[in-house]
Design a protein around this ligand. Structure first.
Ligand code: SF4
Ligand code: SF4
Length: 322
């Protein structure tokens, strides 16, 4: 009898060749934290296998272990036999979502995230908080000390927010400052649009100064990483198709992003859509054009102006620069 019928799930090759060597344990942050077999990649591969072979149900503990993975991808790179525990973990989250969907994920990642305008409206209170002087006053009066510790930490992590989302300010076309030698697409990620606008504006200036005509399509959607992290692969694929079609319309040679999370996800569209007859080759071409901001800087940007260059690289690549 087929286990977990009628749902999309990992295939045997995704886990069966694990030789349990344990090399991945040495690089896994969750294993190092808990020193517990099931909190590491080898344990997650074993749990996934047992579940997919019908020996273990999708128990709360199994789901928790899959959700506890940081998706840092370190285990993927070190595995000597090509197992990709990070991807397997994400796929298991999708299995869980198909078996027991959470409605809040649909509302957040399906109804809000793909719509830039709604996301911008939803984050308006944060910009008011920053620019009305309330934030400054709270700091002057040291009122942050009264906040619960978790909220205080979140507040402290909030960067200096732009007055307006960058999408509303940046022109769709920025001409090269000198003779144009390359037509570049710029993928403006959600965080860059809402939180790190100054940095992305600087990235576009660096590209223009280096002879690039920069096209920044306004109607791109979220790259899909948040939905992917929460197990909604179906939503990621829908967002991927939208973004691919959007960049096909603007005819660019390369696509630069200065958000490492977006970069790694956009490069993965080719894998996510490889079994889709209509989209596989389009996704392949799209992903091959993606350039991480710092890599673009070293490959075709030779002219920089100190502050812009530093700012444009300030959202440092994490996964994308691997
Ligand atoms: S996933 Fe790879 S690195 Fe980890 S135990 Fe299995 S074979 Fe070894
Ligand atoms: S991707 Fe997950 S399992 Fe792999 S090393 Fe990172 S935290 Fe550990």
């Amino acid at each position: 009898m087929e286990v977990l019928p009628n749902i999309e799930k990992p295939i045997e090759m995704d886990y069966v060749n694990c030789i349990r060597c344990g090399l991945c344990l040495a690089v896994c942050p969750t294993y190092r934290e808990h020193l517990n077999e099931i909190s590491g990649p080898r344990g997650r591969v074993a749990l996934a296998r047992k579940s997919l072979e019908g020996e273990l149900e999708l128990s709360p503990n199994l789901v928790e272990q899959m959700n506890a993975c940081f998706s840092c991808l370190a285990c993927n790179e070190i595995c000597p036999v090509g197992i990709r525990p990070a991807e397997l973990t994400l796929s298991m989250r999708y299995v869980q979502e198909q078996v027991k969907p959470a409605s809040w994920k649909q509302r957040l990642f399906g109804d809000l995230f793909p719509h830039r305008g709604q996301l911008e409206t939803a984050t308006l209170p944060l910009r008011v908080y920053e620019h009305s002087g309330i934030r400054k006053l709270i700091y002057q009066l040291r009122l942050t000390n009264l906040l619960p510790s978790q909220l205080r930490d979140m507040e402290a992590m909030l960067p200096h927010l732009p007055q307006r989302p960058l999408r509303q300010v940046l022109p769709e076309r920025t001409d090269a400052y000198s003779q144009s030698r390359l037509r570049v697409g710029f993928f403006l990620g959600c965080a860059q649009n809402l939180l790190y606008a100054e940095e992305s504006e600087a990235s576009v200036r660096v590209l223009a100064r280096n002879g690039c005509t920069v096209i920044t399509p306004r109607d791109v959607q979220c790259c899909g990483m948040p939905a992917r992290g929460y197990g909604r692969l179906d939503l990621v694929r829908a967002q991927a198709k939208h973004n691919i079609a959007t960049f096909e319309k603007v005819d660019v040679e390369v696509i630069v992003t200065d958000c490492a999370t977006c970069g790694s996800t956009l490069k993965d569209y080719s894998t996510l859509l490889k079994d889709d007859a209509e989209w596989a080759s389009r996704a392949e071409l799209f992903s091959s054009r993606i350039r991480d901001g710092i890599r673009a800087g070293s490959s075709f940007c030779t002219v920089s102006r100190g502050r812009d260059c530093l700012m444009s690289n300030s959202h440092e690549p994490y996964i994308g620069n691997r």
